[in-house]
Design a protein around this ligand. Sequence first.
Ligand code: JFZ
Length: 424
Amino acid sequence: TAPLAAEETPEVTETKQQQHDRMEWWHEAKFGMFIHWGIYSVVGGEYKGQKLPNSAEWMMCRGKVPIAEYSKYAEQFNPTKFDADTFVKMAKDAGMKYMVITAKHHDGFAMFDSVWGDYDVVDATPFGRDIMKELSRACNEQGLRFGFYYSQAQDWHHPGGFGNNWDKTIKRVSSDIYVNEKVIPEVKQLLTEYGPISILWWDTPRDMSAEAFENIYSLKSLQPGIITNDRLGKDYPGDHKTFERHIPDRGPVDQAWEVCMPISGSWGYKKGDEDFKSTSKLIRNLADIASKGGNYLLNVSPTGEGVVLPQAVERLKEIGDWMKINGDSIYGTTGSPFKKLDWGRCTKKEYAKGTTLYLHVFDWPENGELLVPGLKNPVKQAYLMADWKPLEFRQEESGTIISLPTDAPDPINSVITVQVSGTL
Ligand code: JFZ
């Protein structure tokens, strides 16, 4: 079958503005939780007493573990400490507005009650519960948007999936068979039996037939307004661009984008992973990304017991404490009008009658004066978000100079709200 002609694809009939409107909640949200969780989480990146390199959800591949052997990890997957309500509340309390979780990663194991067979959390584990259903319900109840990560190409379990070149027992079938009997029914199921699904996060593109691409791509019509990322295939840009682990110097101007990043070193739970980013780094990352107009999708890694490590819990709580005071400087903002600010970052909101600038001060000036270079718009008022106390300011040739108290209210990021006339 020939792929659909360009004018028949929804992306093309939708204008940029319509796309932006459809994604309004996502742009406002700014901050989401990513979760990598599967039967790989049981062993935390170790295999036969060896610590495998890199991200732990890749252990099957890194260890060249045969399918028959890997499947047995399902028998050990029993996350009895998991509770969807508590889990979602943790994300919500951190200030996160959406959640994207691995429904199926490259290992091919479904974290839901798959229609494809029994290689899933309900049928193959002692836990026997549909984790995706529980999280979807909890997100709906607590007002978070919910979405699925789905590895559409790599599947190390199915004989037509991509990536498994180590298990010599595989009797290969075509990738079309894999797509038709597994990917499409599973994704269809995820988009029809799990309540409102707001995001479909594909990963990672491989060459497939044009027909396979189109059939997979068209599934999104099952969920009105669903947002997809750019990892289905190179001809399928989706709704937003994904940056992986690093923050770009400048975000793309004409395209929605997001940075996904693990809170520690690995996406999936890895034993002994001490690479936790500091709370300071995480809060500044969020401000940095928002100042460039992007979203932050921050990943956590539950263990095989269903626990998020205390290091992550602590950081999420601290981010939440910061967001409770400073959330207005993140949610619903757009990028900075300034090229570079020596002391930190800026986000903004535009109103009919003027503009609000949020100055994220990372480096508190020692001389008590903060220069906002080039800001000539008449300033109506400036105050600290932490205490709403008005700040003195003066406007000179170089810009606007705001007088600050000696000590930063928050050594990580103190936000100053500045209301000005006009636009920037
Ligand atoms: C992929 C996965 O392989 C990985 O396990 C994890 O799920 C991550 C979020 O996504 O890894 C990638 C995919 C794409 C790039 C890098 C890592 N890339 O384009 O740079």
